[in-house]
Design a protein around this ligand. Sequence first.
Ligand SMILES: Cc1cc2nc3c(=O)[nH]c(=O)nc-3n(C[C@H](O)[C@H](O)[C@H](O)COP(=O)(O)OP(=O)(O)OC[C@H]3O[C@@H](n4cnc5c(N)ncnc54)[C@H](O)[C@@H]3O)c2cc1C
Length: 450
Amino acid sequence: VSKRIVVVGGLAAGPSAASKAARTNGSASVVLLEKSPHTSYGICEIPYFISGEVDGSRLVSYTPDALKERKQVDARAHHLVEEISPGKRFVSVRNLKTGKTNQEYYDRLILATGARSKRLNVEGEDARNLFFVRWLDDAYQLKTYLQEEKPKTAVVIGAGYVGLEMTEALTRCGLQVTVLHKSSLPLSYMEHEVRERIRSIIDGQGVQFHGMVRTEGFVLGRDRKVTHVVTSEGTFDCDLVIECVGVEPQTELATAVGIRTGSFGGILADQRQETNIDNILAAGDCCEVRNIINKKMMYLPLATISSKTGWVAGENAAGGNAVFRGAIRAIAIRVFGLEVIQVGISSEEARDSGFDVVVDSITAWSKVGIMPGATKLTVVTIADRKSKRLLGANIYGSEGAVLRGNTLAVAIQQGISVDDIQQWDLAYSPPFTPLWDPILVAANSLRKKL
Ligand SMILES: Cc1cc2nc3c(=O)[nH]c(=O)nc-3n(C[C@H](O)[C@H](O)[C@H](O)COP(=O)(O)OP(=O)(O)OC[C@H]3O[C@@H](n4cnc5c(N)ncnc54)[C@H](O)[C@@H]3O)c2cc1C
């Protein structure tokens, strides 16, 4: 059946949904509307663009023209969707270049409006040298500022993964970086020993980390530039501020027409990514997601989930029957020389969810110990004593952590017991792994504790 599918949002979930819809139903007419000048770009690569590791000209994967030519999606940048009329099935769209509005009719509408940076809402937050890291234009502006104004010191507010990636990027650019964080250690959801290790890694790079700090405002000097960050723990001088205090779902279009949201403010879609309003689906960072392990809803704004939920929404909008089962939380990060991955739930979340929690930690060689470049990996595992099921894991080391963590992510998603993991037949070859892979060593050790 020929259908008209309109997608709002053109970054990760939107292009994934639109391309999948066009592939699923070759006769569908698929329109993608994006308010910014850019579509389908690598936001996750921005810290590496700032550090100089990635060439800025390669950040955009699909321009609107490429989406048209290669994905058969009528993609339009500079198009802001202002309103949905669910009864008459159209959206009101403003062309931000001409200022004109028009109506786009749909058979199915997919909302992929994403998330915006949270703000502290304190004095001076609109300073010229204060940057958020959320959109491509933020990155271009920051890069230009670094090149033209040559700041020497930076304060990064927030030590989540984006804050840490930006800390590394600015340090690589030669800036002296101070990190201000609301809790005593960087990141959340990781186990205490891993967070301590990350703290010691950034300390070792000369980064000043201050925990338990509440930012209260910014003192601006000449040219509306921040000169000092005022906090509960004193004042910090700087030439540049990066604010990375998280993101929040953008759901104004959705809530205006009665689309249900959850306790985190994200859209509640079902497994087919359908909302409670007929013919409207939603995907990506504007949605909440179900945790497969404890069945609780969570807000997990990640590209991995955006592209998968986008895919499911696109297929279903085009008449298919796809399902998104949920997520476990799988996050990897490079902190200077350290590879870190966290999969599944933390020991604290596991306790809160009523599991009888056992936590174990082992250290093992990443490859045969006498091979050049062999380093130690630490594997922290979290399991349920009753079912012997693996609930979560953190792995860190100089190399080989992330893909091992992804292997354990499969076990966590499939509800595989620690006894079964210990039986896994994994490859052994001296340049890559020791005879007993660290994840087998971890499973053996955890079994004893269980
Ligand atoms: C620095 C950084 C690093 C990251 N690294 C990782 C990583 O390593 N791994 C990972 O999994 N995730 C990572 N993420 C998260 C990932 O980028 C997001 O989860 C992903 O971009 C979400 O995609 P989305 O399409 O759902 O939403 P968004 O990226 O928020 O895109 C929504 C789009 O919709 C547009 N829009 C909104 N409202 C309207 C409207 N009314 N009309 C028209 N257009 C509209 C917006 O302009 C935007 O382009 C990172 C994020 C950042 C900022």
